[in-house]
Write a protein that binds this ligand. Structure first.
Ligand SMILES: CC(=O)SCCNC(=O)CCNC(=O)[C@H](O)C(C)(C)COP(=O)(O)OP(=O)(O)OC[C@H]1O[C@@H](n2cnc3c(N)ncnc32)[C@H](O)[C@@H]1OP(=O)(O)O
Ligand SMILES: CC(=O)C(=O)O
Length: 531
């Protein structure tokens, strides 16, 4: 059976730029466009030339792309001709293959937001589309507020969409601009529109204000629309746009869509999806959403012991698709929800062989649960779990002893009252292979000073830790009040690019940090076979 082609238009660089907290640089835009292109997206909407210098520059220095490069802007303004509208001129003159024109299609918006007449808005649509087509570019019309407009005044919303089609627009895209529509409404309305406009000229642009942008986009496809607009990681105005990082694997891997449609993204490039999603977060300096469908670190993480036992027997028991299909991986977590299966799986991943019938396994599981009840959390501290296991198995040499440490915080104030200088000093006294070592260090804060002092002179073992860097530090205080317990998670990295995480727990944040730092060093010595 021949499959129908679905077209994807990515608006990460346009609607995504309207996300609170997102501020792309020119270089970010270039890198993101390249990633989208390599993925196999059909249209990349690069921004709004003429609206700001960055977007104008991005179009002036158009990146080389296989995808169609689309510029976004609005239909001509009231009281102006298309020839005399600088906004339209910027769209016509920029180096794009396609122009996406946003057009009002809700009569109420025409009156209130444009302060115009229904007739003038129809003419603006017709004239603007014609201008784009006459310039030899493809016209795509984003029918703003289409679903709300259709509910309020069906014939006017349809008249706007038809005006766009008759003027020569290749795609008429029905937008759920306020994001309040529900999947059954979208399906009903798109089906009604297909009686007037062929489905292979219809698209959908959904916002996520009820958390259903993905469902709404899929509902539109079920009803006949053949273009989906969305963004990577669901970036976009307010709650964001339809998340292409969810839609793409759904279209490829779920039978209803996969058996009936094809898209520009192949099963092979789909395996880069997790990397692309995280690369975007990295560019934006945002922590990836662990719970994101398909690409989140928890998307294929199994915490419950009963699930782990089954998933290790046959992964389909608790996985709706194989994690590798989207470039993700299975994680079986060690925590107070774990059973023996979780522990064996994590030990195997860490390269530690332990038989399921070995009585030490039960002792390790009990120890994990006891420590977790005190506040330790091993699901985010694999190196501390590794040390715990190795010590219980009697396979962890004792490298050094700490005799004492102290930390002082120093703050100096100017006569005017302002802060003049701030810093911290730490002293650590250790015993390494019979030698006493005392190290002092200054840092920009107490943990920094302590970390530097601890790693300054480890005698015979110093060469193993010279390249260690503390790359992440997180504190969580729980139980509240004066009995509060502090959990510190530390992530370290070395020159080989390896990363490992450790945990420390105490009523005192410095003690908890010190414990996590000590684990980090012991782990490195153990993994590198220090003698
Ligand atoms: C649903 C969406 O996400 S649409 C995405 C819109 N994206 C953006 O707005 C981001 C970039 N925008 C901008 O930089 C600026 O808004 C600009 C440069 C486009 C325009 O700036 P300004 O000229 O100051 O206008 P302003 O931002 O106040 O917008 C209101 C104007 O747009 C007009 N307008 C709004 N929508 C439309 C439309 N679909 N068709 C025609 N005109 C429109 C209004 O009538 C009003 O015109 P007026 O100034 O002649 O009264
Ligand atoms: C075009 C657009 O972004 C919208 O209507 O939501």
């Amino acid at each position: 059976m021949t499959k129908e082609r679905l077209t994807l238009l990515d608006t990460t660089l346009r609607d995504g730029a309207q996300t609170v907290g997102v501020d792309f640089s020119l270089d970010d835009k270039r890198q993101i466009a390249t990633m989208l292109d390599e993925l196999g997206i059909d249209y990349i909407e690069g921004g709004y030339p003429g609206a700001n210098p960055l977007d104008t520059e991005f179009f002036a220095t158009r990146p080389p792309l296989k995808a169609r490069f689309a510029a976004f802007g609005m239909t001509r303004r009231q009281g102006r001709s298309v020839e005399n509208d600088p906004g339209v001129a910027a769209l016509l003159d920029c180096a794009s293959d396609a122009v996406v024109l946003v057009a009002k299609t809700w009569d109420y918006q025409v009156r209130v937001a444009l302060r115009s007449t229904e007739e003038d808005n129809l003419q603006a649509i017709t004239q603007s589309v014609r201008a784009v087509v006459t310039r030899g570019k493809e016209a795509i019309v984003d029918c703003e507020h289409f679903f709300d407009g259709f509910k309020g005044n069906e014939s006017y919303a349809l008249a706007c969409a038809q005006a766009a089609m008759e003027a020569g627009a290749r795609w008429i895209v029905l937008c759920d601009t306020n994001g309040g529509s529900l999947p059954h409404e979208v399906e009903r309305i798109v089906r009604a529109v297909t009686k007037h406009i062929p489905g292979d000229r219809l698209g959908v642009h959904a916002h996520d204000d009820t958390g259903q942008a993905v469902a709404n986009s899929l509902a539109a496809v079920r009803a006949g629309a053949r273009q989906i607009q969305g963004s990577l990681n669901g970036l976009g105005e307010r709650c964001g746009n339809a998340n292409l990082t969810t839609i793409i694997p759904t279209l490829l891997l779920k039978d209803e869509f996969g058996q009936n449609f094809e898209i520009g993204v192949s099963r092979e490039t789909l395996q880069h999806l997790t990397r692309v999603s995280h690369a975007l977060d990295e560019l934006l300096n945002r922590a990836p959403n662990r719970h994101a469908p398909y690409v989140g670190a928890s998307a294929f993480a199994t915490k419950a012991g009963i699930h782990a036992s089954a998933v290790l027997t046959d992964s389909r028991t608790y996985e709706h698709v194989p994690p590798e299909s989207v470039g993700n991986r299975r994680r079986v977590l060690v925590s107070d929800q774990a059973g023996k299966s979780n522990i064996v799986a994590e030990l195997t991943r860490l390269g530690v062989a332990l038989d399921r019938d070995d009585p030490r396994l039960g002792r390790l599981l009990d120890e994990v649960k006891e420590k977790e009840s005190q506040g330790y959390a091993y699901e985010g501290a694999d190196a501390s779990f590794y040390l715990l296991a190795k010590r219980l198995l009697g396979e962890a040499p004792h490298f050094f002893d700490v005799e004492r440490y102290s930390v002082a915080v120093d703050r100096r104030f100017a006569r005017s009252g302002g802060l003049e200088d701030a810093g911290a000093e730490a002293i650590v006294k250790l015993h390494v292979n019979g030698q006493s070592k005392i190290s002092a260090a200054e840092g920009n804060g107490p943990i920094n000073a302590l970390d530097l002092a601890l790693r300054k002179d480890l005698g015979d073992y110093q060469r193993y830790i010279d390249d260690v860097k503390l790359v992440d530090y997180r504190v969580r205080v729980f139980q509240g009040g004066t009995d509060a317990v502090t959990r510190v998670l530390v992530e370290c990295a070395d020159a080989k690019g390896e990363r490992w995480s450790t945990v420390g727990v105490s009523a005192n944040v410095i003690d908890a940090s010190f414990e996590a730092l000590i684990d980090a060093i012991n782990y490195k010595l153990l993994r590198d076979g220090a003698r």
